[in-house]
Design a protein around this ligand. Structure first.
Ligand SMILES: NC(=O)C1=CN([C@@H]2O[C@H](COP(=O)(O)OP(=O)(O)OC[C@H]3O[C@@H](n4cnc5c(N)ncnc54)[C@H](OP(=O)(O)O)[C@@H]3O)[C@@H](O)[C@H]2O)C=CC1
Ligand SMILES: CC(C)(CO)C(=O)C(=O)O
Length: 296
């Protein structure tokens, strides 16, 4: 009798992808990766990872999948930027990754994407900074996954083993929206001010933080989400505190001269607000400031 496939395929071995791979490998579970550019004839993707708890840096390696055989894959974990998502799904189709394999998507921001593949949202508030030399887990957060994934029994057991504190969330849409809101505050603010997440707790950002949050609450209510300003402000502050030493993914992109997720964050919020007739003047001003500084 053939063994059930059980490898996790990681697409996007960047900051968050390496955090996931590290935890998966610490639990001695099998993982392979698919690099962005194939054909480099390497058998492994190597990375240096600095663990938060032990503060030790280790050389880690993930085998690169032979991209003509995906039969051993039991699930795909996608940890790319929101704007790369569509091309990753096209690539999975082109390469013939079986359609029944569950796909876990861990991006920030919101994109309108249609696929017939079984997709499950992963939300994370961990803070990870990647440089050419090392990837550092700099802020301890939490992880949530769409509870429907529990239909996949073997994968669920592996998830429990690798991420003992993972929350299985029955209302992942609300969780994703809440995370979207906090990223609409933290990411562009850290990017335009070129500061670490913790610096946003300073008095000088207090009023702007509060206005950004209260406008997002108006939008949330128009969309039917039950959020209030006091709770969302506390959440933003908690994440800034827990990831105080982290450089947000958006500031990392600016510094590395990469495309940013501003369209999938503030851009998406402004688009939804325009459709619903909600006013977001503080977000519009921040978007304008961001584009003045960085639009190339
Ligand atoms: N960093 C953080 O602290 C947090 C990030 N997030 C979110 O997680 C998501 C990932 O962010 P992060 O890990 O920081 O980003 P990174 O840029 O560090 O990693 C993304 C990785 O995806 C790779 N990639 C892109 N397209 C493809 C493709 N078609 N095939 C294979 N690989 C591909 C990139 O390759 P290449 O290097 O060649 O570009 C890169 O290695 C984002 O939505 C981010 O907002 C969420 C919470 C915290
Ligand atoms: C949680 C946080 C704010 C960590 O920096 C993040 O999501 C990001 O950087 O994109």
């Amino acid at each position: 009798m053939s063994e059930h496939p059980k490898q996790l395929l990681l697409v996007g071995a960047g900051a968050i992808g390496q955090l996931i791979a590290h935890q998966w490998q610490c639990a001695k579970l099998p993982i392979v990766t698919l690099p962005r550019s194939p054909g480099r004839h390497a058998d492994f993707f190597d990375y240096h990872f600095r663990d938060y708890q032990s503060a030790r840096t280790e050389l880690c390696r993930i085998p690169i999948i032979n991209d003509s055989d995906f039969s051993s894959i039991q699930a795909v974990f996608i940890a790319v930027k929101a704007y790369d998502l569509e091309s990753v799904f096209r690539r999975l189709d082109t390469l013939g990754v079986p359609h029944d394999r569950p796909i876990i998507c861990a991006h920030n921001g919101l994109v309108d994407l249609t696929t017939s593949r079984p997709c499950y949202t992963w939300i994370t508030t961990h803070g990870v900074t990647r440089s050419n030399r090392v990837t550092e887990h700099k802020g301890l957060g939490s992880d949530w996954i769409d509870a429907r994934i529990q239909h996949h029994q073997q994968l669920t057991e592996q998830l429990h083993t690798a991420f003992p504190k993972l929350h299985f969330d029955a209302d992942i849409k609300a969780r994703q929206w809440q995370k979207f809101c906090l990223n609409c505050v933290i990411n562009p603010l850290t990017a335009v001010n070129q500061c670490l997440n913790g610096e946003l707790l300073k008095e000088q950002y207090h009023e702007q933080r509060r206005m950004l949050v209260s406008e997002l609450v108006s939008l949330s209510q128009a969309l039917g989400y039950r959020l209030n300003t006091a709770d969302l402000l506390v959440l933003v502050e908690q994440v800034c505190e827990a990831t105080a030493e982290n450089q947000s993914s958006m500031l990392s992109d600016i510094k590395a001269n990469r495309k940013t997720e501003i369209k999938a964050l503030t851009g998406y919020a402004l688009k939804k607000a325009a459709e619903l007739g909600v006013n977001l003047p503080t977000h519009a001003a921040l978007y304008h400031q961001f584009n003045q500084l960085y639009l190339r």
